[in-house]
Write a protein that binds this ligand. Structure first.
Ligand SMILES: Cc1cc2nc3c(=O)[nH]c(=O)nc-3n(C[C@H](O)[C@H](O)[C@H](O)COP(=O)(O)O)c2cc1C
Length: 212
């Protein structure tokens, strides 16, 4: 079948995008409101951009034409934290995705523990296996009303990783990490079923020692 997004309504296009761009990692973003409330919400439109220096991005859409708390907060403080979602915290992650009002902290409603960050204003999630403290570098509006989004690009200025996850030469133990991916709608996947593929060696040109 072929689909012309120009002829479709937003919900139908959303189903195509979220059903085809899978599995998506989940960036669980903590921010702090101008009133000092610790906010937490998951974003599966989430990517790592470059390690040099490290940058990541989340795409924050609108809620009934209104700005989500995460965008409002990062515009105010200029920073955020991305926490990793593992199978141990997936239920709490889901709780934090509710339309909680700006004056209620998703840490409190989901029973999670805020830990002060080293560099940035927002707290990180104690129960998450890893967190990245980020300074906002760019906020890029993408698309238009009524469903356009803002791509929030942040530079990672501190990584926190649970000790037992760090292997020799800085590799992360993917079996222990138990990261969770998002599929479409209420669908998720685990990272239990893993396999390896060696990259082909072609000529001398190699980036990052052939690891990318
Ligand atoms: C797994 C998951 C992934 C989500 N990904 C996104 C996303 O990429 N962009 C977005 O705008 N909302 C996304 N949402 C919805 C937000 O988490 C939700 O609107 C949340 O209430 C926003 O919180 P805030 O107002 O505190 O920023 C996602 C929800 C779930 C459960």
């Amino acid at each position: 079948m072929k689909f012309d997004p120009g002829e479709m309504d937003m919900q139908a296009v959303y189903k195509l995008l979220t059903g085809l761009v899978v599995p998506r990692p989940i960036g669980w973003a903590s921010t702090r409101s101008p009133e000092g409330v610790d906010n937490l919400a998951p974003f599966s439109f989430f990517i790592a951009i470059t390690p040099s220096p490290p940058h990541v991005a989340i795409s924050v859409g609108q809620r009934e034409g209104q700005m989500k708390d995460t965008l409002r907060n990062v515009r105010h403080t200029g920073d955020f934290v991305i926490n990793t979602v593992s199978s141990e915290v997936v239920e709490q992650m889901n709780t934090t995705s509710g339309d909680w009002p700006p004056d209620s902290s998703e840490f409190a409603v989901s029973g999670l523990t805020p830990v002060p960050s080293d560099v940035v204003t927002p707290a990180r999630v104690a129960e998450a296996p890893a967190s990245m403290e980020c300074l906002v570098r760019q906020i890029v509006p993408v698309g238009g009303p009524p469903y356009g989004a803002h791509l929030i690009i942040g530079e990672v200025v501190r990584f926190h990783v649970r000790d037992d996850l760090v292997l020799e030469r800085g590799r992360i133990d993917q079996r222990r990490l138990q990261a969770v991916g998002r599929l479409a709608g209420a669908g998720y996947c685990s990272t239990d079923d893993q396999f390896e593929l060696e990259r082909p060696q072609v000529g001398e040109a190699r980036s990052l020692g052939g690891q990318r």
